[in-house]
Design a protein around this ligand. Structure first.
Ligand code: SF4
Ligand code: FES
Length: 224
């Protein structure tokens, strides 16, 4: 298999972007965009190469995707365009700075404190825990801007997990954070629905977490 990778490069965050083409040839029918990038003198971020860490999020043939989960053979045509995520500042080539997203999650304190109740909200917590914090959903979200207050689905998933597990006494503050960081900013466009590489059922999770956080209804898990 032979592909031409057209990569949008940039030497540093202040320099002008430019397109550069690389020829890539392999006999491996399962080669991914990540496999090809490993052979090229291009800066990008990766870790697990197994669709588990979200580090290799980028825009491939105009679609936000994980490079390690995008098979070259599945991409139509001889040429593949590869660009960095557009909602975050570019550091170099395909490497972007997702610090704003991480800072927001830190502000929201999206980790379990003592007292998580493992017996409740199991289904919702499991779905939410699939989130890789890759930021691909933010790429297509019309309401997300790196410096804004809205955290998008990348904030919704960990908050939903917490809300489903924390005892009622501790959920009050979480509900407030959820309202501010997710509910108030979400226009319900559901642009993120088909993008998530973790296959999170975003629509269902949104419905459940809105119900739990905003309308304070009992979680579906508890009703069953
Ligand atoms: S919700 Fe899906 S697309 Fe968004 S950050 Fe989590 S894993 Fe990535
Ligand atoms: S390198 Fe971890 S998800 Fe692609």
């Amino acid at each position: 298999m032979k592909k031409t990778l057209r990569i949008l490069r940039r030497a540093s965050k202040d320099s002008e972007p430019y397109w550069q083409e690389f020829e890539y040839e392999t006999a491996d029918g399962s080669a991914t965009v990540a496999t090809a990038l490993m052979t090229l003198p291009v800066t990008w971020e990766h870790s697990c190469l197994q669709k588990k860490c979200g580090a290799c999020a980028m825009v491939i043939n105009k679609v936000p995707r994980l490079a390690c989960d995008t098979c070259l053979a599945d991409l139509k045509g001889d040429s593949v365009t590869v660009e960095p995520l557009r909602k975050f500042p570019v550091i170099e080539d395909l490497l972007v700075d997702r610090k704003d997203m991480m800072d927001r999650l830190e502000e929201l304190r999206v980790w379990f404190a003592n007292g998580a109740d493992v017996s409740r909200g199991r289904e919702m917590a499991f779905e939410a825990s699939k989130c890789l914090q890759c930021g691909l959903c933010l790429e297509v979200c019309p309401n997300f801007h790196a410096e804004g207050k809205f955290g998008g689905m990348a904030a919704m998933a960990p908050l939903a997990r917490l809300i489903s597990k924390m005892p009622d006494a501790q959920v009050k503050e979480l509900r407030r954070s959820y309202k501010k960081a997710v509910y108030d900013g979400c226009g319900k466009s559901l642009a993120c629905r088909d993008i998530c590489p973790a296959g999170i059922n975003i629509e269902d999770l949104l419905v459940r977490s809105n119900a739990a956080a905003i309308w304070k209804r009992r979680l579906r898990d508890e009703e069953e």
